[in-house]
Design a protein around this ligand. Structure first.
Ligand SMILES: Cc1cc2nc3c(=O)[nH]c(=O)nc-3n(C[C@H](O)[C@H](O)[C@H](O)COP(=O)(O)O)c2cc1C
Length: 206
């Protein structure tokens, strides 16, 4: 299959307009199971080291959501010590656990056998899971559904809440999905002047 300029334009537009969506922007509208399936299936097309496809998902139920939100609140408080010199941090809304319609925990399944490509770079399995997450993020955006990644969480605590065996699986991400009031045209943290956008020139090491 060959793509044309219009396809490239669409892809570029989707990539550029993907946003991390937080609780200030989710609306109370259900994602259909059909659309959720499209998003999850896009993860299955991600590249993975040795074609190991080591991703595992957990769709979070209401009770667990509440427990995880409670844990987030506690972790966020604790994280504030890292940003004492940046008072803006305290005011940021850095999750949408309750406001979003669907929460998904994403895990990496550790392999019991040797994986092609993972001999020296042990974390390539985890990188593969992140590739799957980006597919989901972009596909959600193409469906006009927002997604936010929440990482101010203690993996050990999340494993405990979700009753996941840490010897077999590693917590990678906590995702919040839902329809939005709007998609900002630039990252919220850029808008709030937390960080500036890097140029291509600045992105080279050498
Ligand atoms: C690995 C990872 C972890 C992240 N964790 C959080 C988080 O805990 N809370 C949050 O508000 N945003 C989180 N983000 C979203 C980033 O803040 C966001 O991607 C960045 O500010 C750029 O904005 P954009 O995604 O809207 O383009 C995370 C993003 C990544 C890739």
């Amino acid at each position: 299959m060959k793509f044309n300029k219009k396809d490239l334009k669409t892809l570029t537009k989707i990539i550029a307009s993907r946003r991390d969506v937080r609780g200030n922007n989710f609306i109370n509208k259900e994602i259909s199971s059909k659309k959720l399936k499209i998003i999850l299936k896009s993860a299955l097309n991600a590249p993975s080291v040795g074609y190991s496809q080591p991703w595992k998902f957990i769709i979070i139920d209401k009770n667990k959501k509440d427990e995880i939100f409670k844990h987030f609140t506690d972790s966020f408080e604790k994280s504030k010590k890292d940003f004492i010199d940046k008072p803006l941090y305290n005011k940021l809304k850095l999750e949408g656990i309750k406001e979003s319609n669907i929460n998904i925990a994403v895990y990496y399944k550790k392999s019991n056998s040797k994986v092609l490509g993972q001999t020296f770079m042990k974390r390539t399995g985890e990188y593969s899971v992140v590739c799957a997450i980006l597919n989901m993020w972009l596909t959600a955006r193409a469906l006009n559904i927002g997604m936010g990644w929440v990482s101010i969480l203690k993996p050990k605590k999340i494993d405990k809440i979700l009753d996941v065996n840490r010897d077999k699986y590693k917590f990678i991400a906590y995702l919040c999905l839902g329809y939005t009031k709007e998609f900002y045209n630039e990252p919220e943290l850029k808008k709030l002047k937390w960080n500036k956008k890097k140029s291509l020139k600045d992105s080279f090491l050498k």
